[in-house]
Design a protein around this ligand. Structure first.
Ligand code: ADP
Ligand code: AMP
Length: 224
């Protein structure tokens, strides 16, 4: 009898500027591949909603579009990765965002004989980012993502998935978006070279319609 092939756990990173579509595509990949979506931004927002010390600390940085310090962020995500639902891998959305975070992730996976298999760089122009984020709406209850122009809900202000209320993130205000872009180029863009050097980077044209981005991503991951 043939022995079933044991698949290596699949760790995929979504990389790209704010508004590039990381969360939208990570959610889709999570469903398609049956892996948890781990979003550092969602964790911080959840903590803020519950007024935890972590949430209150993160708020000071998120309000201006700065990054939450590495030590706090690394500890939070590493802890999440130890949960049993990550046994087959995970889709990392918004983490890592700095070289020390990438290094910490690599070391933590390597200690378990694991590695990042694919880093999908969603390439989108600054102009597209600015216009997308101006119209981004998020469900308060299930975090489903909408865009008033490109992906509107069926009923204005109401989530198609769960009926929850949609809201506009305060850090999607144009001044904060400009700072987030600046922070991206300064602190996160060096990860492109880092992952290219590790031969795991794939470039995806993130300005295509969502379904085409999804198809390109799935093809790139299956080719891994
Ligand atoms: P990120 O997680 O990278 O910040 P999101 O997934 O939240 O980005 O997407 C930002 C906004 O752009 C959301 O309002 C989303 O609905 C919209 N969006 C995502 N992908 C596309 C796309 N391919 N074309 C147009 N709008 C998109
Ligand atoms: P996001 O939901 O990914 O757009 O993240 C929202 C905000 O959360 C960012 O602007 C940062 O302030 C903070 N944040 C999210 N992920 C990270 C990370 N990996 N490192 C540091 N700060 C982060």
């Amino acid at each position: 009898m043939a022995t079933p092939v044991q698949q290596e756990p699949l760790f995929i990173i979504m990389l790209g500027a704010p508004g590039a579509g990381k969360g939208t595509q990570a959610r889709m990949l999570s469903e398609a591949l049956n892996l948890p979506q781990i979003s550092s931004g969602d964790f911080f927002r959840e903590n803020l909603k519950n007024a935890t010390p972590l949430g209150l600390l993160a708020k000071q940085y998120m309000d201006t579009g700065a990054l939450v310090p590495d030590d706090v962020t690394i500890a939070m995500v590493m802890d999440r990765l130890t949960r049993p639902d990550c046994a087959n891998g995970a889709i990392l959305d918004g983490f890592p965002r700095t070289l020390p975070q990438a290094d910490a992730l690599d070391k933590s996976l390597a200690a378990k004989n694991l590695q990042v298999q694919r880093v999908a760089l969603l390439e989108v122009s600054d102009e597209a980012v600015i216009s997308r984020l101006a119209g981004r709406r998020v469900c308060r209850d299930c975090q489903a993502m909408y865009q008033v122009e490109f992906n509107p809900p069926k009923v204005e202000g109401v989530c198609d998935v769960c009926g929850g209320q949609l809201y506009q993130r305060s850090d999607d205000a144009p001044e904060t978006v400009r700072n987030r872009l600046f922070v991206y180029y300064k602190q996160t863009a060096p990860l492109v070279g880092y992952y290219f050097a590790h031969s795991v980077l794939v470039n995806i044209d993130g300005e295509q319609p969502m379904e085409k981005v999804r198809a390109d991503l799935l093809a790139a991951i299956r080719a891994a």
